[in-house]
Design a protein around this ligand. Structure first.
Ligand code: ADP
Ligand code: MG
Length: 319
């Protein structure tokens, strides 16, 4: 699957706004305030942001499940307003909500979905899909009897029935067990290796750091930044000095702005901003306090540090 014609981007969003109308007691809510975003073809792209930032709204607009208020959306080169059918065919979405027909079996669900997308019978790959997501044994059970994890597997398979160029996963691993998480990421990597563009949102920043080539952070319906993951991590003005102080457990007086914590293994972890506090200042403080320094290591910042710096908020909690 090469890039779409005339563009290296699988998705281009410009000036996207969405206002949810007032309903009952709830006032109108502007969820997106002019979002611009380009998602390179072939990438694994992370869309991150605190709860309520507008991630699902963006994804649901891409999926054609929510109607935008204004702005332009191009999917695989097709303008969503001009070529709704082609733009829809290029994308498969695994939504955050477990919206599955309880009275269909997984096999029937996939067949119905394929029908909706106009996939001819001979081009369907229902059995392979069931195998891919590990639902072969449950293929003929009613979906209402599936566990939450199995429903998620089925949603992944449903997103793939029409072999889209772009796969979007909205919080695919929220509340799932390790086995399912591994199955998901294995499949995501394999599909990406075959050329599929992957877009995902996740609450687990470690996961985004590990999986994504490029990351956008949005907050309050606006883009905060969009960068390659490596460049993003390089921006954080944050490091952690980890010191083995032997048997000594006292916390020394430290320069302002340093966060100190005893790790479970007994080592002392000091987080600091290298631009303001040089590491030797920290070591001097430990010496002055009479703490032995058996060993030191410096840990690079992770995505959580960057996220907290940029959104001035705690990283989102899975939920
Ligand atoms: P995220 O996925 O980043 O957590 P959402 O896109 O779900 O954020 O929500 C963005 C904002 O829009 C939130 O303030 C949310 O309450 C609001 N919102 C989302 N869906 C609806 C809806 N169907 N009706 C009204 N408000 C909504
Ligand atoms: Mg969401």
């Amino acid at each position: 699957m090469p890039a779409p014609e005339q563009s290296p981007n699988a998705i281009e969003i410009s000036g996207l706004t969405k206002t949810y109308a007032a309903a009952g007691q709830a006032p109108a809510k502007q969820a997106l305030k002019g979002l611009d975003l380009a998602i390179p073809a072939g990438s694994i792209f992370g869309l991150l942001g605190p709860n309520g930032a507008g991630k699902s709204t963006t994804i649901n607009i891409l999926a054609g499940l929510v109607r935008k208020s204004s702005g332009k959306v191009r999917i695989w080169g097709f303008d969503q307003d001009v070529n709704p059918r082609q733009s829809r065919a290029a994308i498969g979405v695994m939504p955050q909500e477990l919206n599955i027909d309880p009275f269909l079996t997984p096999r029937a669900s996939l067949e119905v979905q394929a029908g909706l997308y106009g996939v001819p019978k001979r081009e369907r790959w229902t059995d392979e899909l069931l195998e891919l997501v590990g639902l072969t044994e449950q293929a003929e059970s009613y979906s209402r009897h599936l566990s939450g994890g199995m429903k998620r597997r089925l949603l992944l398979a449903k997103a793939l029935v029409h072999r889209p160029q772009i796969l979007v996963l909205d919080e695919p691993t929220a509340g799932v067990d390790i086995q399912l998480r591994e199955m998901l990421w294995r499949n995501v990597r394999r599909l990406n290796d075959q050329g599929m563009t992957i877009i995902l949102t996740t609450h687990y920043l470690e996961e985004a750091e590990e999986m994504c080539d490029r990351i956008a952070i949005i907050d309050h319906g606006q883009l905060i930044l969009c960068e390659d993951t490596a460049a993003l991590l390089g921006r954080a003005d944050s490091k952690t000095l980890v010191v083995d102080t032997g048997e000594a457990r006292a916390l020394p007086a430290l320069p302002e702005g340093v966060r100190a914590e005893r790790r479970e293994d007994g080592r002392l972890a000091l987080s600091y901003a290298p631009s303001r506090i040089p590491a030797d200042g920290l070591i001097d403080a430990l010496r002055a306090a009479g703490l032995p320094i058996r060993d030191v290591a410096v840990e690079a910042p992770d995505l959580e540090d960057v996220f907290v710096q940029l959104t001035s908020r705690q990283a989102p909690q899975p939920g």
